[in-house]
Design a protein around this ligand. Structure first.
Ligand code: TUI
Length: 311
């Protein structure tokens, strides 16, 4: 089965899980645009997740999914909730979803774990994953070590299920590149932050618009959870204290609640403005349907250029 058949979508595109950002309304907008919208359970409690699933269902008749952030203290209950609510598709991030796979597959859920390595991709295939999302360190938010360029072809070679490429994808040439590496679909997050329907604070959108190629940094690589965010006052202090050998507990003071400060309060100095390295290519505000359509409409020209000039 190819990835659009697995997802039931027009386009081979999955929206990133984006904790605290990807509401039921946003996921529905993405699904209505022909891609797979996801509700990001990362920033929610159980009740909020249930509400957002119901809201999403009321706004779209297209397939949608839930992204379960496995570091969430209620991940176990969320894994059960998606079964109860008959959510058709689940993606996971920030951990190994092995313990839930059997129950999800028995419930008929399509499961697409995000993997940062070949080892986890292989394990997921053995446990019945329908596809894997190979996410490179170019991504925003919690990241692994390998780049998309290195990770996608190694995962594609190692497994016999479809591989979706993620991390560093915001334009048609990057979609074509992901396919060239062996992916049969893409996941994007950063390029959707400027979508009209994306419910982040205006200051967050302005920070993405202003970003350049070197505007992101990974906090927590030395002693914590690596998270890619736009540079600001918080990251400068974090990185300084991290290099000085600060403990995980001290560093958590900078990050706890910081994503919510950015998304809801628009605190662009002390908040955690999660974004990928492609933020520097994202300038235009458009409806989400237009962003997605243009991403694929441009692929033909890229391929033609490759055939005529480059190779
Ligand atoms: O999960 C993400 N991106 C995220 S989660 C998130 S919420 C958060 N906020 C603050 C701190 C931490 C998280 C924001 N962005 N992407 C998918 C992803 N998964 N990236 C890396 C991984 C991953 C890492 C290790 C997946 C599996 C894994 O397995 C370890 C193991 O146990 O084998």
């Amino acid at each position: 089965m190819n990835i659009t058949q697995i997802l039931g979508t027009k386009y081979p595109l999955i929206q990133g899980g984006m904790a605290n950002i990807a509401t039921g309304a946003f996921a529905a907008a993405v699904s209505n645009a022909g891609a797979l919208g996801l509700i990001g359970a990362g920033g929610m409690d159980l009740e909020k997740l249930r509400e957002n699933i119901h809201l999403c269902r009321s706004l779209t008749d297209k397939p949608f999914g839930v992204n379960i952030m496995l570091m969430h203290p209620q991940a176990d209950q969320m894994a059960q909730l998606v079964i109860e609510e008959k959510v058709p598709i689940v993606t996971t991030g920030a951990g190994n979803p092995g313990p839930y796979m059997k129950a999800w597959k028995e419930a008929g859920i399509r499961v697409l774990p995000v993997v940062p390595s070949v080892a986890l991709a292989r394990r997921m295939e053995q446990l019945g994953a329908d596809a894997v999302i190979a996410e490179g360190t170019e991504s925003g938010g919690h990241v692994g070590e390998l780049t998309t360029m290195a990770l996608v072809p190694q995962v594609a070679q190692a497994v016999n299920i479809p591989v979706v490429g993620a991390g560093g994808i915001a334009s048609s040439c990057q979609v074509v590149a992901a396919f060239a590496l062996g992916a049969c679909g893409v996941q994007v997050g950063t390029c959707l932050l400027l979508a009209d329907e994306c419910p982040i604070h205006e200051n967050y959108k302005k920070a993405v618009e202003k970003a350049g190629d070197t505007s992101t940094v990974v906090t927590g690589r030395i002693n914590g959870t690596p998270v890619r965010v736009l540079k600001n006052k918080m990251t400068r202090e974090y990185v300084k204290r991290e290099k000085e050998g600060a403990s995980k507990e001290e560093l958590e003071v900078y990050t706890l609640g910081a994503l919510r400060r950015a998304v809801f309060d628009g605190d662009d100095q002390n908040g955690s403005l999660m974004a990928g390295q492609v933020a520097g290519m994202c300038h235009e505000r458009r409806p989400v349907a237009q962003i997605i359509e243009e991403l694929f409409a441009g692929c033909g020209d890229v391929i033609a250029r490759l055939q005529e000039e480059a190779l």
